[in-house]
Design a protein. Structure first.
Length: 252
């Protein structure tokens, strides 16, 4: 056995047992144990980690821990430039696509509303989420920390908020999504692209009163739903503006 001293920073402490939070602590490690292995043994999913320093030097997840090493583990940095240091992932994903687990059924349609391709099915087993995330290069969103420890999940986000709108704001803030949002492009139900249709094509598919008040319509070719800019659209527009840095969302 070898003994190393660990210190976790900022929100990573949420995953630790209370006696270990926000302080240095010694931990016995098996010989040959890697930083990734020990970080997850202590309860922190590897997807939440952005930087590891061992005795002040940047290392990756495969670093074998030696006796007496001091290991500092950091989450994503918001304001500090760590470009010269080794991040634990080879590269960011080129396209922000998501897969949400069964705990986040309210968040998935809000991300689609913001224009982000988001898979969701509350019957997905963890193995399917892992496989889809790896095959399609998707970021896993979950409230299950054990899911984020799966070997083939390289990008993930543990969502702390409980309510869908707060979850949306949390994900926007943590993953810096505001600049990538393209609202009202995807069907909230199907995740398929929406397309504009002429008013006459919407006639048999929407209530008569809607036709009197609106002239712009879009449809989803998968579920065949038709959408228009009614009061619900206005509320959703206010939400999108609030998370994207536009006008604040009305609370009235």
């Amino acid at each position: 056995m070898v003994t190393a001293t660990f210190r976790f920073y900022e929100e990573l402490n949420d995953f630790l047992s209370r006696p270990l939070r926000r302080r240095e602590f010694a931990c016995a490690c098996a010989r040959g144990a890697t930083t990734k292995h020990m970080i997850e043994v202590l309860g922190v999913p590897h997807t939440e980690v952005e930087l590891i320093l061992v005795n002040g030097e940047s290392v990756d997840f495969n670093h074998p821990i030696a006796d007496g090493e001091r290991i500092a583990v950091y989450p994503k940095f918001e304001a500090l430039d760590i470009q010269p240091l080794l991040r634990v992932r080879e590269k960011p994903l080129r396209v922000m696509r998501f897969i949400a687990d069964a705990h986040l059924g309210g968040l998935a349609p809000l991300l689609r509303l913001a224009g982000f391709d988001t898979l969701y099915d509350n019957h997905y087993p963890d193995a399917d989420i892992e496989a889809l995330a790896a095959a399609q290069q998707r970021i896993v969103l979950t409230r299950d920390r054990e899911l984020l420890k799966r070997r083939n999940i390289t990008h993930g986000c543990y969502v702390r908020a409980l309510r869908p709108r707060e979850q949306l704001r949390e994900v926007f803030d943590r993953l810096d999504l505001a600049g990538s949002a393209r609202p009202f492009r995807l069907c909230l139900m199907c995740n398929a692209p929406l397309r504009r249709i002429a008013r006459e094509d919407a006639v048999p598919r929407v209530p008569h009163g809607v036709l009197q008040r609106h002239s712009r319509f879009v449809t989803c070719d998968v579920c065949q739903r038709v959408f228009w800019e009614g009061t619900h659209w206005q509320r959703m527009r206010a939400l999108m503006d609030s998370v994207s840095g536009g006008a604040p969302e009305s609370r009235g």
